[in-house]
Design a protein around this ligand. Sequence first.
Ligand code: NAP
Length: 251
Amino acid sequence: MELRDKSIIVTGASSGIGAASALLFGEEGANVVLGARRSAELEKLADTINRGNGRAIFLAGDVMDENYANALVDLAVTDFGGLDGAFNNAGILGDLVQVPDMQLRNWNEVISVNLTSAFLAAKAQIPAMKKNGAGSIVFTSSFVGFSNGGMPGMGAYAASKAGLIGLAQSLASDHALDGIRVNALLPGGTLTPAGGSDPGTLEFIANLHPVKRMANATEIAQAAVFLLGGRSSFMTGSPMIVDGGMSVRLT
Ligand code: NAP
C-alpha cells in the first residue's frame, strides 16, 4: 500500500501505460482521478479500481485544453480532499516522417499533446500541491527524449519528450522548497496499443533493447509508483530511465 490515501491524477488512463499505472496505483491504495478522451474506457477502469483497494473517479477531456487540466485538479480537491500526485502521461507518437517531409500540423499536434499539455497540467497542479505543502509530479517522457535510439522519423516526438525532461528539471528547481518533486520517467519500448500489433515492427523494436524484449506496461507503472511514493523522497528533477538497457547500448 505504497500510495495509501494519496490523491493522484493520471492522464492517458484509457489505455496502455496510463491504464496499467492507474490500476496499480489503486492496488497500492490511491484515490485516482482518471483522465483521457474515451470515457467508456475510463468508466470501465474506474469500476475495476473501485472494486479493489483504491477509489477512482474519471473525467473525459482533451489534455490540450487548459480548462480540462483545471477541472481534473478541482475533482481531486473536491472528491479526494486535495492533490498529492500527478502522472501526466497522455501522449501520441504522431506521423513518423523525417523533418523535411513533416507537416507543421503534425509537429504542432505532437508538441501540444505531449509537451504543452504538461505545462498546462503543472500550471493547474502546483497551486493545489502548494496548499498541501507537498506533491509529486511525474511526466512520461521516453528513451527517445534521451537518445534517438535508432528509431526513424522521430523529430517531433523526440523534441517533445526531451522538452519534458527540461520542464521537469526547471519545475523541480522552482518548487523544491514548496515540497513538490517533479521527475521525468523515460520508458523504453513498451507493449501498448500505441506500438500497433505488426509482429515485424514489434520484433524490430524489441531487438533494439539489449534484453531483446519490450516492457509490459506494468513494469513502467511500477516505476511510476516509486516516483509518486515516499520511497523516492530525495529524487527531483531526475530523468528516470526504465528501458531494458537501451541507453547502455547507445553509450
Ligand atoms: P497509448 O496506449 O496509445 O495511450 C495513450 C493515452 O494518451 C491514451 O489513454 C489516450 O487516451 C491518451 N491521449 C492521447 N491524446 C490525448 C489527448 N489529446 N487528450 C487526452 N488524452 C489523450 O500509448 P502508451 O504507449 O500507453 O503511451 C503512454 C505514454 O507513454 C505516452 O506519453 C507515450 O509517448 C509514452 N511512451 C510510450 C512508449 C511505448 O513504447 N509504448 C515508450 C516511451 C514512452 P484517449 O485516446 O482516450 O484520449
